[in-house]
Design a protein. Structure first.
Ligand SMILES: NC(=O)c1ccc[n+]([C@@H]2O[C@H](COP(=O)([O-])OP(=O)(O)OC[C@H]3O[C@@H](n4cnc5c(N)ncnc54)[C@H](O)[C@@H]3O)[C@@H](O)[C@H]2O)c1
Ligand SMILES: N[C@H](CO)Cc1c[nH]c[nH+]1
Ligand SMILES: [Zn+2]
Length: 430
């Protein structure tokens, strides 16, 4: 059964803290498995990648079939239902248009001492994008990963996607074609992350790895950080719905189920100021889940990771939401725009009764690769800025150098770094 809590019950704080911690962090066991996999890929390269891919995905690969050939991509993409292809193209165009607006601009100026100062942006050269594919297939995640990289001007995009039982949804390859990605490997999990980070004979190493995935993918990204850059920890999905008396219980229940459907530790939480809504959503969950197939992952997700919290005011709801720092926060309230400013920690905010989170998963235009496991306290969703680096630019002429020199030499002396001081004063014949 999902957890039900009322903010006025005496042990609320204790129960809430337990909810915050429940299965959101990567376990030691997963971390240890991932460490072993990464070490294996580092030492045995493609052979290890192929063996691990066959062990976990039963993909039937060998070291020389890890990469999709251009013909395989073309054939599979051509098999995609034209309606799906059109929908992916529609999504692509909307996502691209939104991300174009995120492009940073170089900025160079001269300050009042005559010093030239600037910020220059340049694209990362080679990026690995991870597209999850264990329990479900995510053509939409191909677009969400690849489009901001393309907009940023990344030269090489290497995509990893697991192919359970050797199968791939043609829509994945159609999405890759639409986004302009052609270097695609049929690998997943920690072995894919290790191969992209350290490189093998057939997979050249990248500079940064982005994209969502399960606990093994998230742990592997943590462990290779430093060797390569990573975007964030985008693990099992989460939704937090804040709802008042104006919310429709059937719609709220449907949104909670949509997130539980991701399985593998997904989390769906409702916080409401209206106790009758809590009861109605609970009943709706039972009704709608009963309509799902018996082994539906949504059913398991809700049973294991669902929660309904009743609170006295929207102010308390917001406080709890900021502590949970959910990947998605839906504001199913009378005046969502008024509440939005108080939500400090969220991967993405969805405004009002007519903005289901799933619209952001696919075609809204914003990115669905978002921070999970409370990392929205310090991380942001994927965007163009994840694929560029910022380099500062500084320039002095004799006049401006003279204007800065005294203070610089004084600090150098305070640090007892005489060489630093001399490299300045030598230019001024001091
Ligand atoms: N936060 C986001 O932006 C976002 C977006 C889309 C999906 N997601 C999440 O991505 C996840 C996708 O998970 P998934 O499992 O379907 O696909 P996945 O591709 O992330 O994981 C599949 C891989 O996990 C590895 N694996 C599975 N069991 C293992 C084991 N016992 N030991 C070692 N490795 C093992 C295998 O290598 C397999 O290839 C879901 O949790 C979903 O919620 C998040
Ligand atoms: N809700 C997921 C994490 O933001 C993304 C997704 C893709 N397809 C369906 N859902
Ligand atoms: Zn989703």
């Amino acid at each position: 059964m999902p957890i039900r809590l009322n903010a006025t019950q005496p042990d609320f704080e204790q129960q809430f803290v337990a909810l915050l911690g429940s299965k959101r962090e990567s376990s030691q066991e997963v971390g240890d498995i991932v460490t072993t996999i990464i070490a294996d890929v580092k030492s045995r390269g493609d052979q290890a990648v192929a063996e691990l891919t066959n062990k976990f995905d039963a993909a039937g690969v060998s070291p020389d079939t890890l990469r999709f050939t251009p013909e395989q991509i073309e054939t599979a993409a051509a098999r995609t239902d034209p309606k799906v292809r059109d929908a992916l193209q529609f999504a692509h165009d909307r996502i691209r248009a939104h991300h174009e607006k995120q492009k940073p601009v170089d900025h160079i100026y001269q300050d009042d001492l005559g010093v030239t100062l600037g910020t220059r942006w340049s694209a990362i050269e080679a990026v690995g994008i991870y597209v999850p594919g264990g329990l479900a297939s995510y053509p939409s995640s191909v677009l969400m990963n690849a489009i901001p990289a393309k907009v940023a001007g990344v030269e090489r995009i290497a995509m990893a996607v697991p192919t359970p039982n050797g199968e791939i949804s043609p829509a994945i390859l159609a999405a890759a074609q639409i986004a302009g990605v052609s270097e695609i490997y049929r690998i997943g999990g920690a072995q894919a992350i290790a191969a992209l980070a350290f490189g093998t004979n057939c997979i050249a190493r990248v500079d940064k790895i982005v994209g969502p995935g399960n606990a093994f993918v998230a742990a592997a990204k943590r462990q290779v950080f430093g060797t390569v850059g990573i975007d964030m920890i985008a693990g099992p999905s989460e939704v937090l719905v804040i709802a008042d008396h104006t919310a429709n219980p059937a719609w709220v229940a449907a949104d909670l189920i949509a997130q539980a459907e991701h399985g593998g530790g997904a989390q769906s939480i409702l916080v409401t100021t209206h106790p009758p809504l809590a009861d109605a959503v609970m009943a709706e969950m039972g009704r709608q889940i009963a309509l799902l197939p018996r082994q539906s992952i949504a059913r398991e997700g809700w049973e294991d990771f669902g929660a309904i919290l009743t609170v006295p005011t929207l102010g308390v709801a917001v406080q709890l939401a900021n502590r949970i720092a959910s990947e998605h926060v839906e504001l199913a309230v009378e005046n969502p725009k008024a509440l939005m400013g108080d939500i400090r920690h969220a991967g993405a905010i969805f405004l009002g009764h007519h903005t289901p989170e799933a619209i952001g998963d696919y075609v809204g235009g914003s990115n669905h690769v978002l921070p999970t496991a409370r990392s929205a306290r310090f991380a942001s969703g994927l965007g163009v800025l994840d694929f560029v680096k910022r380099t500062s630019v500084l320039g002095c002429d004799p006049g401006s150098l003279a204007a800065l020199a005294d203070a610089a030499v004084t600090i150098a002396e305070a640090e007892q770094l005489d060489g630093h001081g001399r490299s300045i004063s030598i230019r001024l014949n001091r």
